[in-house]
Design a protein around this ligand. Structure first.
Ligand code: KE4
Length: 429
């Protein structure tokens, strides 16, 4: 692979963009080397500025579940753009997509659209605090809920990658209200509730973690959280920014059979345009301004272009629920193929998979939480990442991320990926 133009563009970008990027994980600092600059994408493939083609396993970190430049989504955006791009006034399409989401997702009556997953999670916590009158929240080490202050305490994703789980700039005043537990450790959560009686507004969790690599909830864990929240009058917030509209039509609530009080969305819901959302039963959502007193607002919230892209994507997922099974089968095929290659090479590994989310960890230890996720051999991950990249396979540039398969990936692409892994492991130093 040649990367000359990406390298030149990266040097130029660093003059005017911190780190040359608008989101840290894109800078390849966790894997070294120069980030590739994308020129365009279509279906399962990315094309960089040097003309290299890649099979894409990040799908823009989740949104592109139908593949890149999916015609119905593109047509919806173009059609809407010709009527104007933003009005700052109510439009019918916001109601249309809201009705569709409410019909797809369990336990919600109303939804508020925002512009990112961060905004959705930040607002959901404010709503939980406003609704309960309590101030503390419980989050899980390694889970990432966006970059608002309350969550940058032992956060996952890029925050871990940068070894700065507690970001500078987050005040002690904020941090004191964020209590930490380990993923899959119900006892720690029970102890936090006992030690902070009547003070905890909410438990927020990724129902399937995707920011430490992919980590499934162990049997009974989520239901245990549900029971503890009911027992102590706290709100259970499912951060479904990754899992929503990916693990099932109704997301993790549907797949895993546990109901949340507030659900947050991002990524797929916007069809590749900037959309986040949070949703709950009417009695909770009506605490939001202008009905209630919990303030939340946004100039571009419910933006017509973003709504059009999201509506086109969700409509197809709603009308073709077989996509979820197809994605799951493709991911299982990839899992089995990788596993057989890794076993043959005698390399210690863990593969975690839920639906079309999957991650590979070079470790002897099962990856069930943040502490076990960090035990992976990062040098081995780096050479795996670059070895695959050089063969035209684009994986997340960090061991603390999940892969996201998209519907355009073919079994031939999967076989190419498995063959590439075989070569990488055979050529390893
Ligand atoms: P955004 O603000 O990036 O739209 O969403 C934040 C967020 C919230 N909740 C979960 C479970 C998430 O995974 C995310 C964002 N995911 C990362 C990938 N790990 C986005 C990639 C990036 O930061 O550039």
């Amino acid at each position: 692979m040649r990367y000359q133009r990406s390298s030149a563009l990266f040097s130029k970008a660093q003059q005017v963009l911190p780190g040359g990027v608008n989101s840290p994980v894109r800078a390849f600092q966790a894997v070294g080397g120069t980030p590739i600059f994308v020129n365009q994408a279509k279906g399962a493939y990315l094309f960089d500025e040097d003309g290299n083609r890649y099979i894409d396993y990040i799908a823009s970190w989740g949104p592109m579940i139908l593949g890149h430049a999916h015609p119905p989504v593109i047509e919806a955006i173009i059609g809407k753009a010709q009527k104007g791009t933003s009005f700052g006034m109510p439009t019918e399409i916001e109601t249309t997509i809201a009705e569709l989401v409410v019909s797809m997702v369990p336990n919600i009556d109303k939804i508020r659209f925002v512009n990112s997953g961060t905004e959705a999670c930040m607002s959901a916590i404010r709503l939980a605090r406003g609704f309960t009158g309590r101030e503390k929240i419980i989050k899980f080490a390694g889970c990432y809920h966006g970059h608002s202050d309350a969550f940058l305490i032992q956060a996952g994703s890029g925050a871990v990658t940068f070894g700065s789980p507690n970001s500078p700039g987050v005040t002690q005043g904020t941090a004191k209200d964020t209590l930490l537990a380990s993923y899959n450790n119900l006892q720690q959560v029970a102890q936090l509730f006992e030690a902070n009686t009547h003070e905890i507004a909410s438990v927020i969790i990724e129902p399937v973690a995707g920011n430490m690599g992919c980590i499934p909830p162990q049997e009974g864990f989520l239901q245990g959280l549900r029971d503890l929240c009911d027992q102590h009058g706290a709100m259970l917030v499912f951060d479904e920014v990754m899992t929503g509209f990916r693990l099932a039509r109704g997301g993790a609530q549907e797949l895993l059979g546990v109901g949340a009080d507030i659900v947050t969305f991002g990524k797929v819901i916007g069809g590749g345009l900037p959309v986040g959302a949070f949703a709950a039963r009417t009695e909770i959502m009506d605490h939001l301004a202008p009905t209630g007193k919990v303030y939340q607002a946004g100039t571009l919230s419910g933006n017509p272009l973003a709504m059009a892209a999201g509506l086109a994507m969700l409509t197809e997922l709603n009308n073709r629920p077989e996509i979820f099974d197809s994605l799951n089968q493709k991911t299982a095929y990839l899992h089995q193929g990788m596993e057989s290659v890794l076993k043959k090479e005698g390399i210690p590994y863990q593969i975690n998979r839920v639906g079309s989310m999957i991650s590979l960890h070079f470790s002897e230890t099962p990856v069930t939480d943040f502490d076990s996720a960090v035990l992976g051999n990062n040098d081995q991950f780096k050479s795996y990442f670059h070895g695959m990249l050089d063969q035209g396979i684009y994986l997340p540039p960090s061991a603390f991320e999940s892969y996201f398969l998209n519907d355009a990936i073919s079994y031939a692409d999967l076989d190419t990926t498995i063959e590439a892994l075989k070569k990488v492991l055979k050529n390893r130093g």
